[in-house]
Ligand binder design. Structure first.
Ligand SMILES: Nc1ncnc2c1ncn2[C@@H]1O[C@H](COP(=O)(O)OP(=O)(O)OP(=O)(O)O)[C@@H](O)[C@H]1O
Ligand SMILES: [Mg+2]
Length: 242
């Protein structure tokens, strides 16, 4: 007993150990979670027989939870790869206007539930970009999800996509709670969430912008924001046109 206590005290885990454990757990969760999701999708499709309304609702609810866990594991894996300089992007020809359109559609019902209106403006023809489409979509999704989640009732979100000659500029202007001057220095830090946001939306890891910055900078672009506390925030990023 005495010995055990002594061991516990001397075994203070280092940041490296925490990162290793996170990485191992994330890897071990990834495959079974994908299995759970695909089984639920088969059940939900009705291919194994029709579900009654209540059964369908439970399957959809569980699918939603599985989706959230998959995103969390993806974010933890991405963050540990960034920390270890092992974060790899796979560029290919990608239509960014399509990625933006898909993300708006995907988050449309969440915006509606929050009484928030999203508009999209396009300036100029946007050519295909050489980017990792899946990863850039992850950035757009995080920025838009933040804009909806940290908005206020009857809020607005204006998304703009512009051809600036040698680069494309994406911006997302919301009418939300804004970011204080103190928080402005920290929001790209790993796991950082403002105290205001923690009380408003407790679920979240603070990994979204940390990963977004790595994706955009790794694609040759820049990412930033302007914000007035209490009035709203505009996030933007650029991506090069080759
Ligand atoms: N549109 C916004 N309006 C106000 N604050 C924002 C906005 N976007 C980001 N923030 C601030 O930046 C912090 C970091 O954002 P980030 O996307 O990295 O994490 P998160 O949204 O809290 O969690 P996660 O994206 O991991 O689920 C947020 O917690 C919030 O304090
Ligand atoms: Mg986020």
């Amino acid at each position: 007993m005495k010995n055990n206590m002594k061991n516990e005290k001397s075994e203070v885990p280092s940041m490296q150990k925490i990162s290793d454990v996170t990485s191992v757990i994330s890897h071990q969760l990834k495959t079974p979670l994908a299995g759970i999701k695909s089984s639920l999708e088969i059940l939900s499709s009705g291919d194994l027989g029709p579900l009654n309304k209540e059964q369908q609702e439970y399957v959809e609810l569980t699918l939603g939870s599985a989706g959230k866990m998959i995103s969390l594991v993806r974010d933890l894996l991405d963050a540990s790869r960034i920390d270890e300089n092992r974060f790899v992007l796979n560029p290919g020809k990608s239509d960014i206007a399509e990625l933006v359109g898909e993300t708006i559609k995907e988050l449309g019902s969440f915006a509606q539930a929050k009484n928030t209106r999203i508009t999209l403006n396009r300036a100029g023809t946007i050519p295909p970009l050489m980017i990792d489409g899946l990863k850039v979509r992850q950035v757009i999704s995080n920025i838009l999800y933040n804009a909806i989640r940290y908005n206020r009732g009857k809020g607005t979100i204006e998304i703009t996509l512009e051809n600036k000659g040698d680069h494309v500029l994406f911006s997302c202007k919301d009418s939300g709670i804004g970011i204080s001057d103190e928080d402005k220095k920290m929001i790209f830090n790993k796991f950082y969430r403002s105290s205001r946001v923690i009380s408003l939306a407790p679920d979240g890891t603070g990994l979204g912008l940390y990963i977004s910055k790595a994706i955009i900078e790794g694609s040759g672009g820049t990412i930033g924001f302007k914000s007035d506390e209490g009035k709203g925030t505009t996030f933007y990023f650029t991506l090069p046109i080759q």
